[in-house]
Design a protein around this ligand. Sequence first.
Ligand SMILES: Cc1cc2nc3c(=O)[nH]c(=O)nc-3n(C[C@H](O)[C@H](O)[C@H](O)COP(=O)(O)OP(=O)(O)OC[C@H]3O[C@@H](n4cnc5c(N)ncnc54)[C@H](O)[C@@H]3O)c2cc1C
Length: 410
Amino acid sequence: MDIAVIGGGIVGICVAAQLAETGRQVTVIDRTGICEETSSGNAAALAFSDILPLAHKGMMANVPKWLADPLGPLSIPPGYFPKLVPWLYRFWRAGNFKKFEASLAAQASMMKLAECEWMALMERSGTLPMLREDGSLELYEGDAEFQASLPGWAARDRFGIGYRHLDRAELSGYQPGLSDRFTAATFVPGWKTVSDPKDFGKAIWAHAERQGAGFVHGDVGLILPRGDTVAIQLRQGRTLSARHLVIAAGAWSHLLARQLGEKIPLETERGYNTTLPPGAFDIKRQLIFSGHGFVVTPLATGIRVGGAVELGGIHRPPNYARSKAMLEKAKQFLPGLKTGGGREWMGYRPSLPDSLPVIGRSKRNANILYAFGHGHLGLTQSAATGSLVRDLVLDQAPAIDLSPFSPQRF
Ligand SMILES: Cc1cc2nc3c(=O)[nH]c(=O)nc-3n(C[C@H](O)[C@H](O)[C@H](O)COP(=O)(O)OP(=O)(O)OC[C@H]3O[C@@H](n4cnc5c(N)ncnc54)[C@H](O)[C@@H]3O)c2cc1C
């Protein structure tokens, strides 16, 4: 093979699409299929304005309150805590002023590119009809919560991100039927969503296939660099060989990087949701309940209620009491919400402690590239990641400075 990509999630297929468009021969290898795991059930947002690294003062202030509620926005299963300590330490350090500012600037440059690359790739792939451009509403319960959000909006001001604060009277016009407990909101016009992340991912893949990309069903067990090529051993027994390899295996990527001698502090922030049938409520645009750590998204396929973070690793079974708890809250926030007939889901956000993805070459072998760790923003940043990986493979100058995203930064 010329280029092999491990991982058929949204990141892997965007890498494949961007490379196949240049005429290169690309093969995606996945053990499940195209967009069948975390990229299938997310909240569908192209959150271009979401540039704040997660470790910041406003967020940290909420942590004790959140952890006190076992089904609240943030949880850590006690048995997993010891394993998590090194990651949590790095996360806490990422919140110091200098590191926070550096990650903020890097994230802002990535988001500018993300928006350009998505709009262009949707145009080329004929997927623009799957885009909703109706913005988002971030909702606040009381003045204290609204005031606490202001430093975050001021940080966005510095990068030219548009938004408008709304009082209660205006808010009703943007989303009728909300509980009176919400006293203010911020409307972000540049926030976009897609009709359904799984359908959207499959449509992007159809475009990649039309450009010549291929698919191999297989579970990669071993990666062995051999001179100018890389051998890729599948657990099914077959061995493939490629000139270039891109590791885009989401929350499992660090297991493959470790085989190359690179220890990358990737954790998973597990997230939950419930997708209700279409018509469960007339949601006008994505609603963000930041204080409760979840969102409600109108999809072509239903109404998706969910979010939350569970730092519980890749092996524990899902705890769907978390999906139920968010649905219960959503019913209080949108009293007319019909909560029957929902489908529960859990996904594994692949997360680095500084909230930035890893995009760059392996130090062991320049023909092996990493593209993973997009955390809460993998859908948003995947087309940009695809273009950056394409530039590295083609030995072209990437559109943005890649040093903040280096796999060797830890
Ligand atoms: C509740 C929730 C809501 C979210 N909402 C949003 C949102 O609104 N907007 C946004 O931008 N992001 C959102 N995200 C984050 C986003 O979903 C992820 O960042 C993104 O899906 C990660 O994509 P990926 O391609 O890196 O990983 P994945 O989608 O997990 O794909 C990785 C693939 O690699 C394969 N794989 C792994 N190991 C191997 C192996 N050894 N051999 C073969 N195949 C392998 C897996 O089978 C999988 O298909 C959300 C996440 C969650 C959980």
